[in-house]
Design a binder for this molecule. Structure first.
Ligand code: HEC
Ligand code: HEC
Ligand code: HEC
Ligand code: HEC
Length: 414
């Protein structure tokens, strides 16, 4: 063969190999890529009907509807009977159920015990994708409205508009309280990374908050930091109490589902994970890969949620979670009993005719601290898994403060 012919053949062969290789890379990547279906057409900028989005994203709509299967919501009192005395004087003592799927929020908020409706229209803020629209429409008046004033207008549960920009499908924040809290920390909402947003979209609701006196505006108590201690310091500096405990006489603050705050600073968070990594893992639908839109216990699909990183097998993982949660529950029960003892001791002291007022006040201050640290753990979902060390630390503070409250309340009677 002539030398030039050989050269030509080699060249052709090289080109053929290159084409096949490129095709392989292309198909391999396509197979592994998340099926970004959209945007496939116009979704109105204020579309609150998730079903309308579902027409453009059928796989995501199917996944979202699978939230219906997460329907159990037993009462917290079944496993934590001490809650009722601890919450005396608030609506939480009347009824307090465990959470369930995102699609049930309207049903659940409408069937709540009337004692829980005192917070007014604000209740809808984390229950309905229509809330941001209502806040725009009524302005700050929204927070002062009654539950019943908006009840008929609010029909849509948590939906696509809560987390997505309908034009680009990018993640975005829609709840003013979170945006304002971040801005007070000097963070620009425009500059948040996608990985930060994969947690912050959840932090619109899965956080602790309080109603600012007078305006009743939902506010995140984050200005001094996100730990239980820093949040209590924030409330103490404002001399803020949400209610007076009718038995103990103590001015108290109420913690609420602080999943985001608890997660911050944990092993997983510092390793770079976001809520969506465990709670919205990639799933395969037909030949497509999408982020699961079933918000549930990751133990229901541990193969997708955990074993992408952990190679020790699902049984080991399940065991680790259960061990952490059992130990947290044991310490929590001890803290619950200790806080109940503090409340009962304060009752006796308050009913005693001659007491040392200063010591009684000190005992109440200790009760306030104990109850805060316990409540912060008790109402945060996940039984400590999100941050085992911080959770057990908070519970040991609660136990210590409650014991000291008992001793001080006794001392006040001597
Ligand atoms: C609670 C927040 C939340 C809600 C509600 C929500 N999504 Fe998502 N969605 C996410 C997150 C987080 C991702 C992952 C985005 C990323 O990693 O960039 C995502 C991803 C997507 C994607 C991109 C492809 C993928 O699967 O990763 C589409 C399309 C999508 N969602 C559609 C929808 C539709 C349609 C609805 C309503 C039926 C909806 N989403 C409701 C949080 C949400
Ligand atoms: C608009 C508010 C809101 C947003 C945003 C939101 N959630 Fe929720 N979530 C709730 C409420 C309220 C419930 C309880 C619903 C009920 O019981 O009626 C809930 C329930 C859940 C549950 C089920 C709990 C159980 O015990 O079964 C999980 C898991 C969950 N959310 C995770 C997430 C994650 C992860 C994100 C972010 C990707 C997120 N949520 C975003 C408000 C929200
Ligand atoms: C490393 C994985 C992981 C990350 C990251 C994570 N979670 Fe969880 N989450 C879990 C596990 C495990 C449970 C316990 C589930 C159980 O008890 O069945 C849980 C429980 C929950 C629950 C209660 C659900 C139930 O069925 O009991 C909620 C709500 C929740 N997480 C929200 C969040 C939010 C919000 C974030 C981000 C701030 C987050 N999680 C980050 C793994 C994770
Ligand atoms: C994206 C990767 C990733 C995912 C997903 C993930 N983990 Fe982890 N996990 C880590 C890393 C990194 C550590 C730090 C220790 C290490 O390097 O093993 C860790 C640590 C742990 C630990 C040690 C205890 C602790 O908190 O310090 C447990 C238990 C654990 N993971 C369980 C789980 C479970 C259960 C899931 C699913 C719900 C899960 N992980 C999902 C990356 C991941």
């Amino acid at each position: 063969m002539e030398a030039s012919k050989v050269k030509q053949l080699v060249l052709l062969g090289a080109v053929a190999v290159l084409v096949v290789a490129l095709a392989c890379v292309f198909f391999f990547n396509r197979h592994n890529q998340v099926a970004l279906e959209g945007p496939r057409g116009e979704i109105a900028g204020d579309e609150t009907h998730s079903a309308a989005w579902g027409e453009f994203y059928p796989a995501h709509w199917d996944s979202y509807q699978d939230n219906m299967a997460n329907s159990a919501n037993p009462s917290h009192f079944e496993t934590k009977p001490y809650m009722q005395l601890i919450y005396a004087g608030t609506g939480f003592a009347a009824e307090f159920n465990e959470p369930r799927g995102h699609v049930y929020t309207i049903e659940d908020v409408n069937s709540i015990d009337p004692a829980r409706r005192k917070a007014g229209a604000s209740c809808f803020t984390c229950k309905s994708t229509q809330a941001p629209e209502m806040i725009r429409e009524y302005g700050d008046q929204y927070y002062l409205m009654n539950f019943e004033q908006l009840q008929d207008e609010i029909t849509e549960p948590i939906g696509c508009l809560d987390c997505h920009d309908p034009k680009t499908m990018k993640l975005r924040l829609t709840r003013p309280a979170l945006i304002e809290a971040l801005e007070r920390q000097g963070r620009s909402v425009e500059k948040l990374t996608n990985q930060e947003l994969r947690s912050l979209v959840c932090a619109q609701c899965h956080v602790t908050y309080y109603f600012e006196p007078d305006t009743k505006k939902i506010t995140f108590p984050w200005d001094k930091g996100l730990t239980a201690e820093e949040i209590l310091t924030y409330f103490d500096a404002k001399d803020f109490s949400e209610w007076i405990h009718p038995v103990a006489g103590t001015g108290l603050v109420k913690a609420r589902h602080a999943e985001y705050e608890t997660f911050m600073g944990s092993t997983h968070q510092s390793a770079g994970l976001a809520c969506a990594d465990c709670h919205m893992p990639y799933i395969t639908v037909g030949n497509k890969k999408i982020s699961s839109h079933v918000w549930q216990s990751p133990l229901n699909n541990i193969e997708q949620s955990c074993t992408v990183c952990h190679r020790n097998g699902t049984e080991w993982l399940r065991d680790r979670v259960r061990t952490i949660q059992t130990q947290v529950k044991e310490s929590q029960d001890l803290a619950g009993a200790a806080v109940v003892a503090a409340i009962n001791e304060l009752k006796i002291t308050r009913e005693t005719p001659t007491v040392n007022k200063t010591k009684l006040e000190e005992a109440m201050a200790l009760h306030r601290e104990a109850q805060w640290y316990l409540d912060y753990v008790m109402v945060t979902n996940g039984y400590g898994f999100h941050n085992p060390t911080a959770t057990l630390n908070n519970l040991s503070i609660a136990i210590d403060k409650a014991h000291k409250a008992v001793a001080k309340a006794r001392e006040a009677r001597q």
